[in-house]
Design a binder for this molecule. Structure first.
Ligand code: URA
Length: 242
């Protein structure tokens, strides 16, 4: 008997019949237009299976997380403005193509978001990257801004905001408020994350309807400690220390 742990679906390319495709848990469907979930391909599901497995060691966790991060960055880049650009090839023919327009930067929410910086650098050479540190205030248990270092011209850039786990959205909401206070309009922010919770997405979508979220997977929910379930545990611990 298959464990029923979320919405399951046959996963695989169209040339296979439904009975030839394996069944796997796929991302929970959500109704917000500004949330983009990566296509639930066998590759993505297999990568997520690796990083969700409690028995996966640190080296594999890093390797497979980095592969998903790369997919998220590539999808995020699809949302940047582009203009038509025709070039001449070495054989003298023209090719009607496209060119990115607009400056970008990354902003990682420390510490776990820093794991996504290299994936962005791998796609965008010499990209500027800023950082924001938000932690829970011991007294109020509310998220508090402890540190930020952002490009001085951030208001003129598109911002790829990086945090792998989108749980309640508390830190991300504060990070977006910081970006907006520096003049970045909501519609120029793309929030990239590996696993999101429906609660986090709802909190965000109601506060920032023009901001786009790019996620690999929307999970079932949160546990009593606000860990995403089924989730993968503490991303920062698994990426940096375990
Ligand atoms: N941060 C994590 O690392 N994991 C969660 O499940 C939620 C927030």
């Amino acid at each position: 008997k298959r464990p029923q742990v979320g919405p399951t679906q046959c996963v695989g390319p169209d040339y296979r019949t439904e009975s030839q495709k394996p069944v796997a848990t796929v991302s929970t469907e959500i109704e917000y237009d500004n949330v983009i979930t990566l296509p639930q391909t066998p590759q993505l599901i297999a990568l997520l299976t690796m990083i969700r497995d409690r028995n996966t060691d640190r080296a594999d966790f890093i390797f497979y997380s980095n592969r998903i991060i790369r997919l998220l960055v590539e999808e995020g880049l699809n949302h940047l403005p582009i203009v038509e650009q025709t070039v001449t090839t070495p054989v003298g023919r023209t090719y009607a193509g496209l060119q990115f327009q607009g400056k970008i930067c990354g902003v990682s929410i420390m510490r776990a978001g820093e794991s996504m910086e290299q994936g962005l650098r791998d796609c965008c050479r010499s990209v500027r990257i800023g950082k924001i540190l938000i932690q829970r205030d011991e007294e109020t248990s509310m998220p508090k801004l402890f540190y930020d270092k952002l490009p001085e011209d951030i208001a003129d850039r598109w911002v790829l905001l990086l945090d792998p786990m989108f749980a309640t959205g508390g830190s991300a909401i504060m990070a977006v408020d910081v970006l907006k206070s520096r003049g970045v309009p909501e519609e120029r922010i793309l929030f990239l994350n590996l696993i999101a919770s429906p609660q986090g997405i709802k909190n965000f979508a109601t506060q920032f309807p023009k901001l786009r979220v790019v996620t690999a997977f929307v999970d079932q929910g949160l546990d009593e400690k606000n860990y995403i379930i089924p989730g993968l545990g503490d991303f920062g611990d698994r990426y940096y220390t375990m």
